[in-house]
Design a protein. Structure first.
Length: 346
């Protein structure tokens, strides 16, 4: 039994140590094609299977390099650093570290609707950061109705902390709600965060099997759908409807026919990310590039899929050789190792 527990702990440490580089790779793989359609990608690039120059993204057209990452990784790093600083989850520390990234003058800005904002950052997150800058408490800073994928892209470190420390379920869901509400105050955002958290916990804990994946997903939907719909007028059966196609044949064609092909809305994000993951049995490289070739919010969806694959892998994760081109790779590795160490500290 002792040897078995040590083996499980070794696997968990290994998954934590690669978490942030994996997320950054998915981010960097998708960033050049962000907002492009699957048809555009196929016509101009065929099938993408390696990092492309970031300048192919019109918002980053001055960058000649490959391996640059965006707000997905910036915020994932901030979440991890907050966990390290607080030795666990603390909402005030999360707000502090995410706000520090938002206020970092080295991050380029672009104009949106007559206002200068951080390059690539979503509207709900920007609005929440502005409230935090103005002194609003993080329990009240969330954008009411915000249902983009800005929470899903950064929740890997928190899901990892839960997977290692295994707090009671009520604590996990309460922390996910706090984490979500800080930027996205909507039933859709809260539900997708908790559902995705349940799926990440399953991938960390068990050997992947599609049937079991779908059983866990069904159970999670049943739990959170009831809690969120009780006493509200919002029909959150929408998420279940978006994901039901996963029971059948899942490939690029069915993913695109059963989703909006964009994935900026949190339920659509999960529908596309889970499709890319399942279509390739969660293997890192094909799953990540499946997400990229689908088009839409490619950096966010590929980053989410990369974290899922990193959690699913129960042996040393082998990323493509071009992951060595990731911007600030030593920093990504260092923070990821620190996160793993802190998670196991208690």
């Amino acid at each position: 039994m002792e040897d078995t527990n040590k083996h499980k702990h070794d696997i968990l440490r290994q998954q934590g140590a690669v978490l942030i580089p994996a997320a950054a790779y998915g981010d960097a793989a998708g960033l050049p094609m962000e907002t492009r359609s699957a048809q555009y990608i196929a016509e101009h690039h065929g099938v993408i299977s390696e990092l492309l120059p970031t300048k192919l993204n019109p918002l980053f057209e001055t960058s000649e390099d490959t391996g640059n990452w965006s707000d997905d990784t910036q915020l994932t790093l901030a979440v991890a650093k907050a966990i390290i600083k607080a030795n666990g989850f603390d909402l005030a520390t999360q707000a502090e570290m995410q706000l520090a990234v938002y206020n970092d003058e080295s991050i380029p800005k672009i104009e949106r609707k007559g206002k200068m904002i951080k390059q690539g950052w979503g509207g709900s997150t920007v609005d929440a950061m502005e409230k935090l800058n103005a002194g609003v408490d993080p329990t009240k800073s969330g954008t009411v109705g915000g249902a983009g994928n800005g929470v899903l892209i950064k929740m890997g470190p928190l899901a990892y902390l839960h997977g290692v420390r295994r707090p009671i379920v009520q604590t996990i869901y309460e922390q996910y709600d706090q984490f979500t509400n800080m930027t996205h105050d909507s039933p859709e955002a809260r539900m997708t965060t908790k559902v995705h958290g349940d799926m990440l916990a399953y991938l960390l804990r068990d050997e992947y099997d599609k049937k079991q994946f779908m059983n866990v997903l069904e159970g999670s939907l049943a739990i959170h759908e009831f809690k969120e719909t009780f006493g509200t007028r919002l029909d959150l059966g929408y998420l279940r409807n978006q994901l039901k196609y996963l029971y059948g044949t899942v490939n690029k064609e069915t993913i695109l026919s059963e989703t909006d092909g964009r994935g900026f809305f949190a339920p659509q994000t999960l529908a596309m990310a889970y499709g890319a993951f399942i279509a390739n049995d969660g293997e890192f490289t094909p799953s990540v590039y499946e997400a990229v070739n689908l088009g839409g919010d490619t950096d966010s969806i590929a980053s989410i899929v990369a974290v899922m694959s990193a959690f699913k892998t129960k042996k040393p994760l082998r990323m493509p050789i071009d992951h060595q081109n990731l911007d600030r790779l030593p920093k990504l590795k260092s923070v990821s190792r620190q996160l793993a160490a802190v998670a196991f500290a208690n």
